[in-house]
Every structure is written in C-alpha cells, then in structure tokens.
Design a protein around this ligand. Structure first.
Ligand code: DGT
Ligand code: CA
Ligand code: CA
Ligand code: ZN
Length: 577
C-alpha cells in the first residue's frame, strides 16, 4: 500500500513549495497539505482505488484535483512523481533524515537549508556545533537546544555499536544461559553472528521447553538494565552497554528454522525463501513446512539448507551478494577460519614504550594462543605520540629480538619489522637500508588525512612502488565512529599492490576493520595477498584477530589468500628470509 509514501511526498512537496512566497504557491501549498491528509487517512490502498476507477475515482476524494490525481496516477504507474523530483533537484535536502529528529519539522528544516545550507544530518551537526541556529530569526536559543536534544536522542536510539563491544557481552550472556541448566542450546544470531562491523541490536536464541523460566533468568542477569517488552516466547531488554537485546525461546522442531531466520540477513532470507517456495515449501521463523503444511522438524540450520538443495554457508557470507545462487550450484568456496591463522603480521610492544606491553610478554601470549610466528612492527620516528623509533633505535631493538628468538628456541619466531609511516609526499619514514634489513615492513598513513584523492593516491602508490613495503597497513584509515576513510582511489592502490607484490592488510582492531568486507571483495579481484592483523599493542588485543577473520570471511576470502595462514616454512619462502 503506497498511501503513506504518497502522503509523505505530498507533505514534502508542500514544505518545499512553501519556500517560495508568491501568493499562488501559498494556495498550492495548502492543496498539497490537504491531499496529504486525505491520502494518509484513507482506509483503502490508493492503488486499488486507482485501478478500479482511474483518475476520476481519485478526483472524487476530498481535496484531490486533476493535477494531484495525475501525480498519484503517475506514481502508481512509474514509481516517480515529476513534481516531487523537480522540487527535490531545487532543494537537495535529506528531508526524511532531518525530520526524523524530534522538534524539527519540514518547515524548520527548509528554513535551515535556506539560511544555513543545512542539507542533511552531518551538516546540521556542524551548524549546531557552531551555535548558528540560536541566532536565526524564528529560532532562538530554546529552539537550538531542542534540536540538539532531538538529535542526541535519535543518535542514542538508532546508534549502532561496534561488534567488538557488543559480541563479547552477547557471548557472556549465552554462556550464562547455558550454565543455567535451563536451556539445551543457546547462540547469538543476527548481525553479530554474521560479524557485521556494527550491530543495531543483539538477537539471542535459546532452545528450551521452559520458556518462562529462561526469560526470567535472562531479565535478571547483571548485564541487563531494564526489560522493554515481553511475550510468551520473547523478551526484549536494554543492556547496560546501551544496546537492546532480544531473547527468543524456541522449541526443538523449529530451532533450525529459527536459527536460519534470525541469523539473516534479511535480504539473504528473502532469497532463500524464494527457493523454498519454488520447491513448494513454506519457510519462516517457526519452521520449514511441506506441501501439505506439515512441519518438517529441523533442529539445525544445516538441515534447512540441505532440504532446500543449498550448500551450507557460514553466516558471514549471508548478505545476498550472490551466495545463494552459488550455493544452488554447490560452487561456494569456504572462507578462511580462525583456526587457519598461524601468525600475526602487525604487532607492537617493547620495554621502552609505555603504550605497549614488553616484547617478551607479547611473545608469551602469542605462544599461549598457539601462534607459530609474529612480526614485531613498532612505529617509526615521525609518529612521536607513539614513541616511534629511528634507524639506530630499531637496530638496537632488533638485537633484543634476536636474543629473545634464541631464548624461545623455536617455540616462536619473531620477525623483525616496523610499521613505517608513509609521509605526506609518499616517502618512507626510515632510510632504505634500514627497511631492507627487516623481515617485514608494514607501510601506514598516520598523518595529513585530508589530502585530495589525487594526492593521497599518489602518496600511497609511491610508497608501494618503493619496493620497501610488504603490506599496506589499514589501507583506508577509517576509525569508527568518528573518522571516515580518507579519499583515495583504491583500485589504483590495489593495482600498485599487485604490481609490487605488496599484501593488503585487514586490520582487525574493532574500530578499524580496514579493509572492510566490500573493499576486500573488490581487492580480491586483483592478484594480491592479504594479511589479517591484530595490530595488538597489549596482550589482550591479540584476540582482535577474530574480528579481522570475520571481516575476511564477509569478503569471501579463502585461506590461500592469507599471508598469515601460511606455515612458518611457507612464509619464510614467501619472504625469502
Ligand atoms: P542489526 O540488528 O540492525 O545489526 O541487523 P540484524 O541482521 O541483526 O537485524 P534484526 O535484529 O532486525 O533481525 C535479526 C534477523 O531477523 C535478521 O538478520 C533477519 C531476520 N529478519 C528480521 N526481519 C525480517 C524480515 O522482515 N524478513 C525476513 N525474511 N527476515 C527478517
Ligand atoms: Ca540484530
Ligand atoms: Ca533484533
Ligand atoms: Zn600499528
């Protein structure tokens, strides 16, 4: 039913027309407002009225004249409305985004556009920060405050949280549910299971016949701030970390279907459902049903995919990016797993850097985690805040690495390296001799993020062309939520990486995840390898690796593309050391 869409468009048209103060447009403004009201309050789908009686039927509705009826017909037939498109070109404003802020209606949004060029939420934030709204005629300090409050509220309620902050809490809850003795099975579903870089809310599923007790136990957990909603099989809570979490209790015969459904993504599910329909089945969160409507009990999601004739695929791949089509042909290649990772090619750590743990402590943790090798890649001299080292300091530090390697006696191989700054002009922060003496050089941009796309691309390509870099560190420089990727022509960077046999990093720090999943999909069309790196500065950060692996899996990368999935022998051959 298009009623709401059309009513919203009419309201927006009215708001845009109201910017023009000529008397006859004032008449038009009121006409569109009235039409919006009529369409918005209809009980019947407007497209049905139109199909039944055409334009004359529309014109019988209160406040709908010939021209507005024409616009409605146009929208129903073509999905567009010329008048709306024309005004939208004149006033390129994200009206939907702006008016989703409490206290900011269409009129005010337009006034802000007219006087302060506010087009969308980011530009609104700027004028709010500069306190420009309070000085506007018809706004004032109160108004500004209200808009700010509305914006804060919107951000808090629609705010997504980093996977690295959300997933550990979800897993802790699952652990407690399992330990409660009330459930046979529990797992994290939704975007967190798909390892999306941010999650909107957490979805936990429990297999149990004691739904009431399970939900009571869940709501009383210390992670929970308050209960938001409750039904017979679902409880929604607000967690103390500031995220909502749904728990659903599912009976055995539906569990496989529920896991498949609530893992998503929604778009993936739509495609899977189409296939089930073609087979004459029905698939929803309650189960998989045969032609007669009888449930086919499925305890695992593997059974669901098998019954539909689809190859099973990891949750990370379920984003409707072609995986369903390949799964039909059994042609999906399974992506790299955490268990394939043998080493870590970007880590920090030395005695004299208070921002890091000492190298021997880092090595101890790497051994404990079952790694076979890691590259010690401390910062170089221009990065003063990170206590970067010069050539001489690296030389003396490497003597300690040699001594430690000897002491570890083959239990761990520490590669000698650096995370070398790529300076503004694309030159490197250490001399060539020093870099050539190292086993592994990460080249990274840490400054002048606001260069033009052309400058930044030239800078990075020049660094890769130097032949001194082994991997490009965090290639886009983004840090969620505050810093966006810098402007750079990634295709040119991938070409340069391929040409120079430079690997691309998948930095696993939860705020980075750089390259991200879609970048990886594009980059993997080139003949390049990838290094999934924790970039650990302290021992607990080695555990970030899983987020990097999750991101690689979302980008469909197979094990053979990953530098640090090589055995130490293979790696030594690859590096020629
Ligand atoms: P989020 O929470 O925004 O990070 O993303 P998700 O994917 O966790 O989405 P959420 O929490 O709204 O729903 C969890 C899963 O439930 C979702 O991945 C797929 C399934 N789902 C939700 N709504 C629909 C729907 O309308 N149709 C279908 N087919 N599946 C849905
Ligand atoms: Ca979710
Ligand atoms: Ca949810
Ligand atoms: Zn680093």
């Amino acid at each position: 039913m298009d009623n709401k869409i059309i009513a919203d468009m009419f309201n927006e048209i009215a708001a845009m027309l109201s910017l023009d103060d000529r008397p006859n447009t004032r008449f038009e403004v009121r006409a569109y407002q009235k039409a919006a009201q009529t369409v918005g309050s209809l009980q019947e789908a407007i497209e049905d009225i139109y199909r039944r009686g055409g334009l004359p039927a529309l014109m019988e509705l209160p406040g709908i004249g010939k021209s507005i009826a024409g616009s409605i017909g146009e929208y129903i037939k073509t999905g567009r409305m010329e008048k709306y498109d024309y005004l939208k070109r004149m006033y390129p404003i994200d009206m939907k985004g702006l008016t989703s802020i409490q206290g900011l209606g269409a009129r005010k949004a337009l006034a802000l556009y007219k006087s302060l060029k506010v087009r969308d939420i980011p530009s609104l934030k700027k004028v709010l920060a500069a306190h420009k709204i309070s000085k506007l005629e018809g706004f004032g300090e109160k108004s500004e405050e209200m808009i700010q409050k509305g914006l804060d509220l919107l951000e808090r309620s629609s705010g997504r949280m980093l996977l690295g902050d959300a997933l550990p809490v979800a897993e802790e809850i699952v652990k407690k549910l399992k330990a409660s003795g009330l459930v046979d099975e529990a797992l994290v579903a939704g975007s967190a299971r798909r390892m999306r870089e941010t999650v909107g809310d957490l979805d936990i599923l429990a297999l149990s016949g004691k739904s009431e007790q399970v939900m009571g136990f869940f709501a009383a957990l210390p992670e929970v701030e308050e209960r938001i909603a409750e039904g017979p099989t679902r409880t929604a809570v607000r967690l103390k970390i500031g995220l909502n979490c749904d728990l659903r209790v599912i009976p055995t015969e539906s569990f496989g279907a529920a896991v498949q459904y609530f893992t998503g993504s929604k778009d993936h599910n739509v495609q899977v459902r189409t296939i089930s329909v073609r087979k004459g089945y029905k698939l929803n969160e309650y189960g998989l049903f045969d032609r007669k409507g009888k449930i086919m009990p499925t305890k695992t999601e593997e059974e669901i995919y098998a019954k539909l004739g689809l190859q099973w695929m990891p949750p990370e791949m379920r984003e409707a990016r072609g995986e369903v089509q390949l799964a039909q042909k059994n042609a999906l290649k399974m992506p790299v797993e955490v268990g394939d990772i043998r080493g870590d090619m970007h880590t920090h750590g030395r005695d004299k850097d208070p921002n890091t743990d000492p190298l021997d402590v880092m090595a101890g943790e790497a051994i404990r985690l079952g790694l076979r090798y890691f590259a010690s890649t401390n910062h170089t001299k221009s990065l003063k805040v990170e206590n970067g080292m010069n050539e001489r300091q690296f030389e003396s530090f490497f003597r300690q690495v040699d001594a430690l390697n000897k002491r570890l006696d083959g239990r761990m191989r520490i590669l000698k390296g650096a995370e070398c700054d790529i300076l503004k002009d694309g030159s490197l922060d250490l001399d060539a001799k020093s870099l050539k003496s190292m086993d592994w050089v990460v080249g990274s941009v840490h400054s002048a993020f606001n260069q033009s796309e052309q400058e930044m691309t030239k800078r990075v390509v020049k660094a890769l062309d130097s032949g001194l870099v082994d991997v490009l560190g965090h290639p886009t420089g983004r840090e969620m939520p505050a810093r966006d990727a810098y402007r750079i022509d990634l295709e040119k960077v991938y070409e340069a990486a391929e040409r120079n046999r430079v690997a691309l990093e998948i930095n696993a720090q939860p705020k980075r995840l750089d390259l991200n999943d879609t970048n990886i999909m594009n980059a993997s069309k080139y003949k390049v390898k990838f290094a999934i790196d924790s970039d650990a500065h302290r021992t607990p950060q080695f555990s970030y690796m899983r987020y990097g692996v999750g991101t690689a899996r979302r980008g469909w990368l197979t094990k053979d593309r990953i530098v640090n999935a090589m055995s130490l022998k293979e790696l030594e051959k690859y590096l020629g050391v």
